[in-house]
Design a protein around this ligand. Structure first.
Ligand code: ARG
Ligand code: ZN
Length: 879
């Protein structure tokens, strides 16, 4: 049974449990459909709790097989067990006692992939956020920290390895071909960090010596035959361990660290103490099947989960409202790690793109919620871009406001004060306030107010007086449940760039600016610089110091000046991107009205000049060449959107740039890094530039020949998939494109992760008939609706990555998604709810599409037996 639809959980209702758990000893007898779980829990009534208070444990689709108090069966009159709760009455008032709970569960038929389930024959668990209650009755909440000991018994033939958290204490053989293993984790932890794996897997091993000289065994388990694809993940793990020691002084705390890669997983990965479980997409890579982007994701996610050991596990969350305490902070940590491993500006540009593409629309639509929500119906729906990505931006702003040194002091204080705690955002902020002596109360609004603030900027140059005045004004639109907003503390990094490209070093009047940052805390503030020799150009929100939108009348010439001279690479890209966005927004509107487009010559000149500027790193040049996506343009337009005219306008610009830079692109498209494939950031950057250039060169050619030749010559997946994307995006109807798709399909038929790309690339082909192709693919023999990666590639790729195809005016795209969401929801509500979020911006479409989208949403809302996950999303979207 599931939690009642409509039940709302509130932050302000938090209260601790009546009983305190000290230890939990679990015994699993693994069986596909009859796994027996015996849980012995030592408890004690909390001081001050009434002697007649009942013990209430959580469950989810459970049935109770046995219940004892201190080893003796409990009288059935003294307890009540339903599938989702176990209530026990008349428990000892003052002495510690032990409750033994026995349940029998069926991993084989657990299609939700929450709790204990099977994937390709492997037993594995996912307990965050509330999966443990699908295994046994317990206080399944993050503020209940206990020491776990876990014994696993299973048939040897199907479970070569039996794994759980912590250190292995014993293992041995049993009768009837069975074996067993016992694991002990000395670190008290909440149930969501529990993990168990049993399976016949391949293993790669390594070790790491910590800064204090302890040896840690590192093990990565993968499906047999894939061992040689786990090397990069292992390397990333070692670099992560080292980085956390060097940057934060944080050392690993067990003798063993294990990662298991599984092929059916709802999310990216999970930071279970000492036993991370990963979606295999974020572990497995070799040059033939993984792209450079896959390698970068593996590096980031391996780091992310490892970093959780301190930010998440050693210090966990008091309740799920505090999810950003661990996620926002850990994303911030993995971002800075990747920036250190790769090119910092290029990494930052990718982050900005991602934030704007995923978080800004969330914040602007019906699913908007604060970084720390105050209510939820289904917590799984809050693993969002807002909690993760905006949560990370908030931590980054703390660092900007405090400076590196005080930020580190605050982090040190946080680890020192809260190690072993289930903490809150208030606890976290207090550490930075104390370490720096700053008042962060206004800043804390970033955690409670949803929506993307907007800052309008105006400047005033006084030629005679040599003064330059910058005026900033903030606003924040209403979001669901928050009609009125308070003024925020917005830190905006800036620079004043003089005509010769140098930067003006003087400080503005007043004390609201320091170290190149304006602190906007009131509705409207002005900053006056004096003694400015010549009219400067303002570079504002440099490096995206605050996740806001900027409204400023800045001439194309000024943007070009920033793009050429800003000392900050990210700001140079921002200026380029701003210029391209403006042009594309304007062109889309003209296209819609059937008017001619103005020349994109200026834009083409600057893009081509950047592309061919050898003084810049290739990865940066590739970023510069990537025009704002159709979804970016739509977001900027904001309302009454017609995806077709955006597509047409963007294509027209692509063509003009391609024609203008044809020679440059032809040359760059042929360049490749020397020697054998290396996933290094440097080589990846060269391939990214060549790939971006190939796309333009192919457009300039007007035919698929060059892309097809690149496809045929490719000796790694990065180049192969780049070529296939050029073919499918620019020449969808060409015979060559069909041939390339067939060749790809044949070559990778035995490789699920590579085949996922084949599905995704086709799902994203633009046009009015793609929904038909998607329908055919849904019926193809290897389209497995129970595999989340496959579903996300095809259905997610189509609905979230194909503006013209999904938003076809007939509404066929929406109907397709609605049907699939209803169907998938029966087996995997989390996956279904996630897919549905692709429609979150439906109200910004033009009227006809809006109506089609509404009808599709209503059809979902009216479907029988919707999960709380999907009904929560659909209700919020229709509200
Ligand atoms: N904590 C995981 C991470 O590292 C995410 C797990 C979320 N799982 C879920 N079923 N909601 O980001
Ligand atoms: Zn995380």
């Amino acid at each position: 049974m599931r939690t009642e639809t409509g039940q709302v959980f509130k932050l302000k209702d938090y209260r601790p449990t009546d009983f305190v758990v000290e230890r939990i000893d679990l015994t699993f007898e693994l069986d596909p459909t009859q796994t027996r779980v015996v849980s012995r829990i030592s408890l004690q009534r909390r001081d001050g709790v009434a002697a007649d208070a009942e013990l209430v444990f959580d469950g989810d689709e459970l049935s109770l097989e046995g219940l004892q108090l201190d080893g003796r069966d409990i009288d059935p009159a003294l307890y009540t067990a339903t599938p989702d709760t176990l209530t026990i009455r008349e428990l000892p008032a003052s002495v510690p006692f032990e409750i033994t709970v026995t349940t029998v569960i069926s991993p084989q038929t657990n299609t939700q992939l929450m709790g204990l389930y099977r994937t390709n024959g492997v037993y594995c668990t996912q307990c965050e956020a509330q999966g443990f209650r699908r295994i046994t009755y317990f206080y399944d909440r993050p503020d209940v920290l206990a020491v776990y000991s876990v014994t696993i018994i299973a048939r040897k033939s199907e479970t070569r390895y039996l794994l759980s958290n912590g250190n292995l204490v014993s293992s041995g053989s049993l009768d009837e071909g069975r074996h067993c293993a016992t694991w002990f984790d000395p670190h008290p932890k909440p149930s969501y960090l529990f993990a168990l794996v049993g399976g016949d897997l391949g293993l790669i091993e390594d070790s790491f010596t910590t800064m204090s000289g302890r040896e840690v065994a590192l093990k990565i388990y993968v499906e047999h035959g894939k061992e040689n694809r786990a090397g990069y993940a292992m390397d990333a793990l070692k670099r992560s361990m080292k980085w956390d020691e060097e940057v934060y002084g944080l050392e690993y705390d067990l003798d063993i660290f294990q990662i298991v890669a599984v092929s059916d997983f709802n999310m990216g990965a999970m930071e279970n103490k000492g036993l991370n479980v990963f979606n295999d997409k974020y572990v497995l890579a070799d040059p033939e099947t993984a792209t450079d982007a896959d390698y970068a994701n593996i590096e980031a996610i391996i780091a992310h989960e490892y970093f959780h050991n301190w930010t998440g596990n050693r210090i966990t969350c008091r309740d799920w409202f505090q999810l950003c305490l661990k996620e926002g902070l850990t994303v911030y940590r993995d971002h800075t790690f990747s920036a250190d491993q790769r090119s910092a500006p290029v990494k930052r540009i990718a982050e900005i793109r991602l934030l704007k593409a995923h978080q800004f629309p969330e914040d602007a639509g019906p699913l908007a919620h604060p970084v720390r929500p105050e209510t939820y119906r289904e917590i799984n729906n809050f693993y969002t871009a807002t909690v993760y990505e905006k949560g990370s931006e908030v931590v980054r702003m703390i660092r900007t406001i405090l400076g590196a040194e005080d930020f580190r002091k605050g982090m040190d204080l946080y680890f020192e004060r809260h190690d072993g705690d289930a903490a809150t955002i208030e606890d976290f902020l207090a550490c930075f306030a104390e370490a720096s002596g700053r008042d962060l109360r206004q800043f804390a609004l970033w955690y409670s107010q949803a929506g993307t603030p907007s800052v309008s900027v105006s400047t005033d140059w006084n030629e005679a007086g040599h003064t330059f005045k910058v005026t900033l004004e903030q606003s924040l639109a209403a979001t669901p449940g928050q009609p009125r907003k308070a003024l925020m503390h917005i830190p905006l990094a800036y620079g004043l760039i003089l005509p010769d490209g140098s930067e003006f070093a003087g400080q503005p009047s007043g004390n609201d600016a320091e170290n190149g940052v304006f602190h906007l805390t009131r509705r409207k503030q002005s900053f006056t610089f004096t003694g400015v020799p010549e009219r400067p150009v303002l570079s504002i929100n440099r490096g995206f110091s605050a996740p806001v939108t900027i409204a400023m009348e800045q001439s194309a010439a000024d943007l070009a000046h920033i793009a050429r001279h800003d000392s900050d690479g990210v700001a140079r890209w921002q200026a380029l991107n701003e210029q391209a966005t403006r042009y594309l927004v304007e062109a889309s509107k003209l296209c819609r009205d059937g008017r001619n487009l103005p020349s994109a010559q200026k834009l083409a000149e600057i893009l081509v000049a950047t592309a061919s500027d050898e003084s810049l790193e290739p990865a940066f040049r590739a970023q510069a060449l990537a025009l704002p996506a159709e979804s970016d343009i739509a977001r900027e337009i904001g309302s009454n959107i017609d995806p077709d005219s955006i597509h047409a306008a963007r294509n027209a610009v692509l063509s003009e740039v391609a024609r203008f830079g044809a020679d440059v692109f032809a040359r760059l498209a042929g360049a490749a890094p020397e020697g054998a494939y290396s996933p290094s950031a440097e080589d990846a950057g060269k391939r990214a530039l060549a790939g971006a250039a190939l796309a333009y060169a192919a457009i300039a050619d007007g035919g698929p020949g060059r892309a097809m030749a690149a496809f045929d010559a490719a000796d790694n997946m990065t180049v192969l998939s780049q070529a296939l994307q050029v073919l499918t995006q620019s020449f969808p109807a060409a015979a060559e494109t069909a041939d390339a798709l067939t060749a790809f399909r044949t070559r990778f038929s035995g490789d699920p992760l590579a085949l996922d790309k084949w599905y995704a690339i086709q799902a994203m082909m633009p046009g009015k008939t793609t929904w038909r192709r998607v329908e055919e693919l849904l019926d193809s023999p290897d389209f497995d609706r129970s595999n989340p990666n496959r579903v996300r590639s095809l259905i997610g790729g189509f609905s979230a990555g194909n503006p013209t195809g999904f938003n076809v005016a007939s509404g066929d795209g929406y109907r397709l998604l609605a049907r699939e969401v209803i169907d998938i929801d029966k087996r995997n509500p989390q996956l279904a709810a996630r897919l549905l979020t692709a429609m979150r911006s439906w109200r910004s479409l033009e009227a006809g599409r809006q109506e089609q989208a509404r009808l599709a949403l209503v059809s979902i809302r009216e479907a029988a037996n919707l999960s709380p996950d999907v009904s929560d999303i659909v209700d919020r979207m229709l509200d």
